[in-house]
Design a binder for this molecule. Structure first.
Ligand SMILES: [Zn+2]
Length: 321
C-alpha cells in the first residue's frame, strides 16, 4: 500500500509498504479520509515528544472496516468508523477517571503506532466509533480536533453564561468558539490575521473586556501574555496550544493568581468519551464543521499541504489516499 513514512525528523517519503495484518482485537481499515493538523506539521518538521520513528503519521482518520482480527465481534465489513487515536491500559487511576490521555501506557496513532497517511491503517476495535448515516466522512474527521476542544472546555469548567476568550481562529480556535456556543457560554475570538476575520464578526472581543475563561489556541507566547492579562477574578487560563521549548518559559506573576483566585489549567488531547460527544454534536448539527474544510487533496500532495499549514493559508485540509 501507499503510505507517508517519516524515517527521520525533518523529512518524509511516500512509498509502498505492506498492508498490515490485524492481530487479535484489531481491525484493518481502508482509509476514507484523513485530516491534516498543525501537530502533523510539527511532528514531521521538528519532531514531537510522543513520536517514535519510523512512523506513518496521521491521527485524524475516518475509515471503512475491511478485515477483522481474532475476537472482534462488534464490527462488520464495510461499516464506516471514526478512530479514537489513543489506546491505553484501561485500569490505572487516569483511565478509570475517563482521562486515558494521561495514562502512562498511552499509545497514539500516528505517533507510537502507524496512522492514517496511508491507504490502510490498523486500529484496536475498542478505539472505534461506528458512524451513522447522518454524518459524512468529511464531517466525522472533525470529531478528533473537536474532542480536544471539549476536553479543554470540560477541564476549564466552562459554565452556561460565562465569557470565554479564544486566542487564534484557525480550525481549533473556531471549533472552541462553536463548542463554547453549544455549551451556552459567550465566546469571543482574538485573531490578528485579517484573512481569518470575516467569519468571526459577532465574536470579536470588545476593547477592555476580560473573561471567565481564556484559551490559547495558537502557538504564540505573546498570545499567552495577553491571555494572562485578560482573566476575570476566578478566571481560568487553559494551556491548549503547546509552545516551542524556547518560548515555553513564560514569566507568570503568582501574586496575580493568589489575589484574584485564578487558575492555570493544562489540556492535552482527549479521551474516547469525547469522541462520542463530538460526533453527537456534529451529527445533530449543533456544531457545524463543513465550512471549515478549505482544501481537499490527494496524499501525494502532502508537502504542498504542509506548506499551506506553515503559512496559515488554509483552514482544515483533508487528504485522500
Ligand atoms: Zn491507564
Amino acid at each position: 500500500m501507499k503510505a507517508v513514512v517519516v524515517e527521520e525528523v525533518g523529512s518524509f517519503t511516500i512509498k509502498d509498504i505492506d498492508i498490515p495484518k490485524p492481530g487479535p482485537g484489531d481491525v484493518l481499515l481502508r482509509v476514507n479520509v484523513t485530516g491534516l493538523c498543525r501537530t502533523d506539521l510539527k511532528l514531521i518538521r521538528t519532531g514531537h515528544r510522543d513520536l517514535i520513528l519510523p512512523r506513518v503519521p496521521g491521527e485524524e482518520v475516518v475509515g471503512t472496516v475491511c478485515e477483522l482480527g481474532e475476537g472482534v465481534s462488534d464490527f462488520s465489513i464495510d461499516q464506516r468508523v471514526y478512530v479514537y487515536p489513543g489506546t491505553s491500559c484501561g485500569h490505572c487511576r487516569y483511565c478509570s477517571a475517563g482521562a486515558e490521555n494521561l495514562c502512562s501506557g498511552m499509545k497514539i496513532m500516528g505517533f507510537h503506532r502507524h496512522g492514517g497517511f496511508a491507504e490502510y491503517v490498523l486500529a484496536p476495535a475498542k478505539s472505534l466509533i461506528l458512524l451513522s448515516d447522518t454524518i459524512t466522512d468529511d464531517e466525522a474527521i472533525f470529531a478528533e480536533p473537536l474532542s480536544c476542544c471539549l476536553n479543554a472546555l470540560e477541564l476549564a469548567n466552562l459554565s452556561k453564561g460565562e465569557s470565554i476568550g479564544i486566542w487564534g481562529a484557525g480550525p481549533a480556535g473556531t471549533l472552541l468558539c462553536r463548542a463554547s456556543s453549544a455549551l451556552e457560554a459567550q465566546p469571543y475570538v482574538i485573531e490578528t490575521d485579517e484573512r481569518r476575520l470575516p467569519p468571526l464578526r459577532g465574536y470579536l472581543k470588545p476593547p477592555a473586556m476580560t473573561f471567565d475563561v481564556c484559551v490559547v489556541a495558537v502557538g504564540s507566547d505573546d498570545a499567552y501574555h495577553q491571555a494572562l492579562s485578560h482573566l476575570n477574578m476566578r478566571g481560568r487560563l487553559v494551556i491548549f496550544s503547546g509552545l516551542s521549548p524556547d518560548k515555553s518559559g513564560i514569566k507568570v506573576d503568582f501574586n496575580q493568581f493568589h489575589y484574584c483566585e485564578q487558575m492555570i489549567i493544562g489540556a492535552y488531547g482527549c479521551a474516547y468519551r469525547h469522541g462520542r460527544k463530538a460526533l453527537d454534536y456534529i451529527g445533530s448539527g449543533k456544531i457545524a464543521v463543513r465550512d471549515l474544510v478549505s482544501h481537499r487533496m490527494p496524499l501525494e500532495d502532502l508537502e504542498h499541504a504542509l506548506k499551506l499549514v506553515e503559512k496559515r493559508d488554509c483552514m482544515k485540509i483533508l487528504l485522500s489516499p
